[in-house]
Design a protein around this ligand. Sequence first.
Ligand SMILES: Nc1ncnc2c1ncn2[C@@H]1O[C@H](COP(=O)(O)OP(=O)(O)OP(=O)(O)O)[C@@H](O)[C@H]1O
Ligand SMILES: Nc1nc2c(ncn2[C@@H]2O[C@H](CO)[C@@H](O)[C@H]2O)c(=O)[nH]1
Length: 439
Amino acid sequence: MKFPGKRKSKHYFPVSARDPLLRDSMLQEMQPESEGGASYIVGIDQTMVDIEARVDENFVARYGLTPGESNILNDDMSEALYQELRSHDLISHQFAGGTVGNTLHNYSVLADDRSVLLGVMCSNVKIGDYAYRYLCNTSSRVDLNYLQGVDGAIGRCFTLISDTGERTFAISPGKMNELRASSVPEEVIAGASALLLTSYLLRSKPGEPMPEATMQAIEYAKKHQVPVVLTLGTQYVIADEPQAWRDFLRDHVSILAMNEDEGFALTGLKDPLMAADKALEWVDLVLCTAGPNGLFMASYTEEEFKRTTQHPLLPGAIAEFNQYEFSRAMRRDCCQQPMKIYSHIAPYMGGPEKIMNTNGAGDGALSALLHDIAANGFHRSSVPNSSKHAREYLTYSSLAQVCKYANRVSYQVLNQHSPRLTRGLPEREDSLEESYWER
Ligand SMILES: Nc1ncnc2c1ncn2[C@@H]1O[C@H](COP(=O)(O)OP(=O)(O)OP(=O)(O)O)[C@@H](O)[C@H]1O
Ligand SMILES: Nc1nc2c(ncn2[C@@H]2O[C@H](CO)[C@@H](O)[C@H]2O)c(=O)[nH]1
């Protein structure tokens, strides 16, 4: 496990008030990493390949698709759309996709460590087909041994980019929703630092087993106290039934990732800070990305151990909301006196000079957060008596540090074409802190 942001020890949390004796004994006690992997993330996804194409404005309307939405196609429409893209030579890129698959891949690249993907895969993979591409474009650190074989194709996600840059997904599902509850291994969920899900998993045709498999995974996660992380799909998925999603969050989820549009659909609040604050009624930790406005995080910490920021205090609908952003996130139920903490960060270095593709920038931010959470689990199991684990924290770093790291990873995704990182952060960034504000 590489530590988040590859920070030097002086950047490890807590930065000040460190006990050098404790640190030395901690290092001595640090166990060598076992191949079983002390800490990993497990996720469920609809296995799919992204097929990206530039299309004109009326293409999306002609197929009756909702712009900006992730639309589900029937077989005839999929075939017609695919043939049109091919015959006009409109396909520009093809990558492995799926919001959870992307996030696990990026997590494994960043942490240089194991994650486990649950989902389906064609039993009969042929060289060059979509299943083959999916496997070739997934990090070797993503454990694919638990995938369930299916007789048929994985999903295809036509990623249609219009002249205005708007992105519309059109999904040809294939067998992507055929994951059965019996293919969800309890022991794999039980040993994970977090279970990653997306709201897309719960929309499928009647009779498809994916929603039941998802609920089974949630049941195992609850039984073994594994935090459930939910990334919202698109605002439309949420806007259909916002109350049902609020109930779902309250009943099953501890960490929520969304963008500001999804936040608005969920809470009715346009301000991402207020949407994140509202979501704390249902979950313990929120990541809300806001495109060119950077990202917000909100969580709980123990009142007695809150830490005051050294950054300038920020104005907002909650005055000086970042005052305690140097605190580490905790589950509300683990706090004797829970207090809310918030943080915000503007895009890393103002954003790339030229954005290659915004697809997956939010998934990138979430993979950094998951890395921090898994690092906490790794550190807890390696150095259980460290003062860092005197209380049950969710994250290894403070909210402010996680924001910084998440933002840095989003920047990396914006700077390349694929939503999946082709490599980790540059080696020279062994201190994220020092390189951060340099251009
Ligand atoms: N136009 C931009 N300029 C600068 N930074 C950006 C821009 N768009 C996105 N970012 C960075 O990427 C992060 C995530 O972006 P965004 O909110 O668009 O994610 P998203 O909509 O969830 O993306 P996806 O669903 O494709 O993963 C932002 O927090 C910000 O750091
Ligand atoms: N799992 C899943 N991922 C999707 C869906 N629609 C779009 N995506 C993915 O979302 C990613 C960007 O966040 C893209 O790479 C798409 O593959 C869907 O219905 N289900």
